[in-house]
Design a binder for this molecule. Structure first.
Ligand code: HEC
Length: 445
């Protein structure tokens, strides 16, 4: 999301900042001095934001799903976009505190008092620009309280969340994508094996080619451009960069060795010819960002999900929408085709309405659904389609029987949101990724 700011407003604001800085040197900060989070930023968030944006328990429910009273909460809120280190303009927190006074969505909301002063927002901007370093603070009031009980004086550095995962075809490696780039881990040890440099700043999607020799990486620079980069898997060499999307790429599905489809927050699905590196088809219809994709096995029909709550079926031969299925009541995040199924194809979708829904896309029927305790972010099929595995915002994975739609198992995997999930090609285990570069292997029964 990008919120426009008015140039006139920006100009008058900088004069205002100048005057304020001259008047009160105590809390001003020029670009050279390192801003201290605990003494300069935290007190402002405490006074103006914590009453609505704290961990459940301290408030009934963090507003807008945004939790600001711990590093973990900030990192895991809204897919890590609340504070993007180094990028104040891309940080939702900064966007919301700098909206023109009176504009809807300004934080704190007008009924709770005046907007932050230009001097305060400027400090926050500089702190984010300098890398959003929280120092020793990990949560709540101050680091000093926490360090009494914490015998480990070396706090681990906070790493960005792992937002996508994929297994290599031989099952010996697993690739994780995050704002820190692509990391390749050995499997099953999950030790870091190598890094691959990528063009996109954020990575949301990873998909191996049908023969396993190439890896497609989708992501981008939010609200600006979407990027798909194709790598040769064995040597990590970048082969091609595809840029046509106007916002982050959220999902990639290979159609065959020489074409793939990509979904983007720009509301479009693009089908690409990899030989020429050009787009051959654009599918438009989602009224908000597209979140995931899968081909049916004929590779002529494609199913997509969206922030607009719909599950849509497309015909690539005619280039048109076949149908839109609208049972979800909140944004849908992920979709997966049941493997090896006889009879009508079946897909499963996972949405913020805390449901996983089973569909027959060729006849447009929702067959069943299961309601979960926490919103699911990712879904995949296990054991040749006899179970599904779901990664949820409470850090657990849940196993669901698609026939009885009962949750047969719940396993804690990650502290914070379980953003990413991948199923091993043969051994039945799954890897789950989350905040602070957590990656875990889970072996469901
Ligand atoms: C009185 C309660 C209240 C206070 C105080 C408050 N907020 Fe919010 N905030 C909300 C609510 C409600 C929403 C969700 C509705 C919306 O998106 O506007 C929200 C949403 C947000 C979001 C999510 C934006 C998005 O794009 O989804 C951010 C970021 C945010 N607030 C930051 C802040 C910051 C920073 C402060 C302190 C300077 C603050 N809020 C103070 C109630 C509050």
């Amino acid at each position: 999301m990008r919120l426009e700011r008015y140039p006139k407003f920006a100009a008058s604001m900088s004069i205002f900042i100048f005057l304020l800085m001259a008047a009160s040197p105590a809390i001003s900060a020029d670009s050279e001095t390192e801003i201290n989070f605990e003494t300069q930023i935290l007190p402002r968030l405490q006074n103006r934001c914590f009453s609505c944006h704290s961990a459940p328990g301290n408030v009934t429910k963090p507003k807008g799903g945004v939790q600001l009273d711990s590093v973990k909460g900030i990192e895991t809120s809204l897919h890590g976009e609340v504070i993007v280190a180094g990028e104040p303009e891309d940080s939702l927190l900064y966007q919301r505190i700098t909206l023109p006074e009176g504009e809807t969505g300004i934080m704190p909301p007008p009924e709770t008092g005046d907007p932050l002063t230009a001097q305060e927002t400027d400090l926050i901007r500089k702190w984010i620009q300098q890398g959003a370093d929280y120092g020793e603070w990990t949560g709540n009031q101050s680091a000093h309280k926490a360090s009494v009980t914490d015998t480990n004086s070396h706090q681990p550095t906070v790493m960005p969340p792992i937002t996508s995962l994929a297994f290599s075809h031989d099952g010996k490696s697993v690739v994780g994508g995050s704002q820190a780039g692509l990391h390749v881990y050995d499997f099953p040890a999950l030790s870091l094996q190598r890094r691959i440099k990528v063009e996109a700043r954020n990575i949301n999607a990873l998909a191996f080619s049908p023969d396993g020799h190439r890896l497609a990486v989708g992501g981008g620079n939010p609200a600006n451009e979407g990027i798909i980069e194709i790598f040769s898997w064995h040597d990590g060499k970048s082969l091609r960069i595809l840029k046509e999307h106007r916002d982050s790429v959220t999902a990639i599905a290979w159609r065959d060795a020489s074409s793939l489809a990509s979904a983007s927050l720009d509301r479009r699905i693009i089908v690409w010819d990899l030989q020429t590196g050009t787009s051959i088809q654009q599918l438009e219809g989602h009224s908000k960002g597209v979140s995931s994709l899968c081909f049916l096995s004929d590779k002529e029909r494609l199913v997509s999900t969206g922030i607009d709550q719909s599950v849509r079926v497309w015909d690539l031969i005619s280039g048109g929408l076949i149908r839109s299925m609208n049972n979800h009541t909140l944004p849908v995040h992920d979709i997966a085709l049941r493997p090896d199924a006889s009879g009508l194809p079946m897909i499963v979708s996972a949405g913020d309405d805390r449901t996983v829904r089973f569909w027959q896309p060729t006849i447009g029927r929702m067959v069943k659904f299961a309601r979960l305790e926490a919103p699911p972010l990712n879904v995949a099929w296990l054991n040749n389609g006899t179970r599904i595995v779901v990664a949820c915002t409470d850090g657990a994975i849940r196993i669901v029987d698609p026939d009885s739609v009962e949750v047969t198992d719940k396993i804690h995997a990650i502290d914070g949101w379980a953003y990413a999930l991948a199923v091993h090609p043969t051994d039945g285990s799954v890897v789950v990724g989350g905040p602070n570069a957590q990656i875990r292997r889970i072996v469901p029964e």
